[in-house]
Ligand binder design. Structure first.
Ligand SMILES: Cc1cc2nc3c(=O)[nH]c(=O)nc-3n(C[C@H](O)[C@H](O)[C@H](O)COP(=O)(O)O)c2cc1C
Length: 192
């Protein structure tokens, strides 16, 4: 239904050596593509390896080419899935660094949050802080959860789910909420 037009960016937020939550990003990418729900742009913060930015992009001089590219990939997405690990009840500094780089780019952008942890609660504690930061920047945070507990046991290195049926059912519910918001936004823009 949305395949031709919809572009979903998956922002994989762990830059840690030996990271596990990137497997969830790979799983989501493959799931969305296999079901032709959208085109996927996998944005890997580890690949960017950004320094700590001293300013927001619009005020930063000179503007690093990689930062401009990152901004363009967010602008180009109809919706964003942030796949984040839980670090001590919060989200990683690398993700905050990347989010704060932008501002207008987040405005009315549907953003769904997928939290990941080693423990049993799937990083749920991250939701409140990450959602609040995005809300402050006027992103359209999607009211859907996709917590992944014990993420290292949930997928293999390539992002294949150990329990595919359960994982795909949960992913479907999560992605459908995001796609609903993407479609609602598209209709508003078309009518405006
Ligand atoms: C600095 C740091 C803090 C962490 N804090 C928690 C935590 O509070 N609760 C938890 O379940 N796992 C915690 N973990 C484990 C991560 O959730 C685990 O590494 C998981 O695989 C997701 O992160 P990753 O994608 O970087 O691997 C922590 C890991 C690091 C590196």
């Amino acid at each position: 239904m949305f395949a031709d037009m919809t572009r979903i960016a998956i922002l994989s937020a762990s830059v840690r050596n030996g990271r596990k939550s990137h497997r969830t990003a790979l799983f989501l990418q493959r799931f969305i593509e296999q079901h032709q729900l959208a085109q996927v742009d996998l944005i890997d913060l580890a690949a960017y390896d950004f320094p700590i930015f001293h300013e927001r992009l619009r005020l930063l001089e000179p503007k690093p080419a990689a930062a401009i590219e990152f901004a363009q990939r967010i602008i180009g997405a109809d919706g964003v899935i942030i796949v984040t690990p839980e670090y001590n009840g919060g989200y990683p500094a690398a993700l905050k660094n990347a989010i704060d780089l932008l501002y207008d780019e987040w405005h009315r952008k549907p953003v769904a949050i997928c939290t990941n942890s080693d423990g049993s609660f799937g990083g749920m504690q991250v939701i409140t802080s990450l959602q609040f930061s995005l809300w402050k920047m006027r992103a359209w945070t999607v009211p859907a959860l996709f917590p992944i507990p014990k993420v290292g046991n949930a997928f293999n290195d390539e992002g294949t789910a150990v329990e595919p049926e359960t994982m795909e059912k949960r992913a479907t519910a999560f992605i459908n909420e995001l796609l609903w918001c993407v479609e609602a936004r598209r209709r508003m823009i078309t009518q405006a």
